[in-house]
Design a protein around this ligand. Structure first.
Ligand SMILES: *Cc1c(COP(=O)(O)O)cnc(C)c1O
Ligand SMILES: [Zn+2]
Length: 430
């Protein structure tokens, strides 16, 4: 049977060859459901291991390597790919020590072609736009979705249209959207409002929406989990820790783990920890209140990628928490920026939102929820170059309300050898 769309609330099913993001009957979110029954014997660890290092498209992509789990009946010629994925999983003893566990890995999704995990979703979403014959695609974005969509739309010869907030967009992300030739609209509204606007405008103009409400994006993002587990030689970590904004990743991770378990590719579920910024914590508050009466928040955090007050994938994220015995934690901007300085300082680097994975792990260890002997995989969602202003602001001690605990202060010198030698002599390791 071909894949279908299925409402997560009422179970209503729809064919996938139409433009649709939510259920016509109840407005619930949609899953792309695959029928694994026929291919079940074919889907095994050996199949995916045999494709490691291949040069053949689309299987050279770290997303399409798992095609049977992502879009089984896709005609390979329709794939719009930049050989995304295949990112490193770093074992990092110094970060493990910082957070208080024996073993910590960081999965660096900033190593994707446009510098964030969004590329894994975008290859799924733009491929589906291609299948549907769409000419125009659009998204609202805090920055990374637009950078990614602009790139993939250009590759596919489609017009990309991006709705950006006119405040607090990180420089690297804005530059990418413009560079890759998308139509960039700066709008005097925050992300949550821009998402409403893009959905309404796209509906009227027949444009395909590529925000994470689009279920084909989440299918692509499942591959983060597939790749982590494969890189661990199919061993399951105790915890996977991820920042939560619009909760697309959290949702995709749950579906990925559920399906791996269903197919017998893993024998137990890891626990998922979703980390939000304290100033953008609607899921955290909802979790604390036992998921009664959700209220959006007005978001404010230095981690602009997760500055979201009304996450569109809320219901799928709650399902993920149930499937994985998951937890939700919040961290302050101070904790985010200090954790970022640690990740940057070991030579890996990430953007502010990504550091939630490290700051959140540390807090969960302090609270006794993650045990020191647990194996933890944290996801770094974006590249250090995305938001240079936040990095420089921290080390120059120019950020409001943040005291740089791990400061790497710039030194200034005249054109004077003695002065330079003097400055450096303080710093030579003994
Ligand atoms: C999009 C993004 C997030 C948030 O991911 P969601 O799937 O919306 O929860 C976190 N970090 C970075 C760098 C991002 O680009
Ligand atoms: Zn429904």
């Amino acid at each position: 049977m071909p894949s279908i769309l299925q409402c997560i609330d009422c179970g209503q099913q729809y064919p996938i060859n139409q433009v649709m993001y939510t259920c016509d009957t109840c407005n619930g979110l949609l899953d792309v459901i695959h029928d694994f029954s026929e291919s079940k014997t074919k889907i095994n660890r050996e199949l995916f291991d045999s494709r490691l290092g291949t040069l053949d498209p689309p299987y050279n992509s770290g997303v399409w390597r798992y095609k049977e789990l992502i879009y089984p009946d896709l005609d390979n010629d329709k794939t719009v790919s930049r050989m995304e994925g295949n990112t490193n999983l770093y074992p990092l003893p110094r970060i493990a020590q910082f957070v208080g566990v024996d073993t910590m890995y960081l999965k660096h999704e900033g190593e994707n072609p446009t510098g964030s995990f969004k590329d894994r979703g975008m290859t799924g979403g733009v491929t589906q736009a291609n299948v549907l014959g769409m000419q125009r695609v659009a998204c609202a974005s805090t920055g990374n979705t637009s950078a990614s969509m602009a790139s993939y739309a250009s590759r596919a010869g489609m017009q990309g249209i991006i709705f950006l907030q006119n405040k607090q967009i990180a420089l690297g992300k804005l530059a990418q959207g413009i560079a890759f030739g998308a139509t960039c609209l700066q709008i005097n509204a925050d992300f949550d409002r821009n998402l409403e606007l893009v959905r309404e405008v796209s509906e009227r103009l027949g444009i395909y929406v590529l925000n994470s409400v689009n279920p084909f994006r989440l299918e692509g993002q499942k591959s983060i989990i597939f790749e982590v587990i494969q890189q661990l030689k199919w061993q399951v970590p105790d915890w996977i820790v991820v920042p939560g904004g619009n909760l697309g990743n959290s949702s995709a991770f749950g579906k990925a783990l559920f399906e791996l378990h269903q197919l017998g590719l893993i024998d137990r579920m890891p626990r998922l920890a979703i980390i939000q910024a304290q100033g953008a914590n609607p899921l955290y508050k909802h979790y604390q209140e036992g998921f009664k009466n959700f209220t959006p928040v007005k978001a404010d955090t230095i981690a602009t990628a997760i500055k979201i007050g009304n996450p569109v994938n809320l219901q799928k994220a709650i399902r993920t928490l149930e499937w994985t015995s998951g937890v939700v934690e919040q961290v302050t901007d101070q904790q985010i920026m200090d954790a970022k300085a640690m990740v940057d300082g070991v030579g890996i680097g990430c953007e502010p939102a990504s550091a939630c994975s490290v700051a959140g792990t540390k807090k969960l260890v302090e609270r006794g929820i993650i045990k020191p002997e647990d194996t933890v995989v944290g996801v770094l969602t974006g590249h250090v170059l995305k938001d240079p202003e936040a990095t420089i602001g921290y080390h120059a001690d120019q950020l409001d309300h943040i005291v740089p605990a791990y400061r790497n202060q710039m030194l200034q010198a005249d054109d004077n050898i003695d002065q330079i030698i003097n400055l450096l002599s303080d710093r030579i390791p003994v």
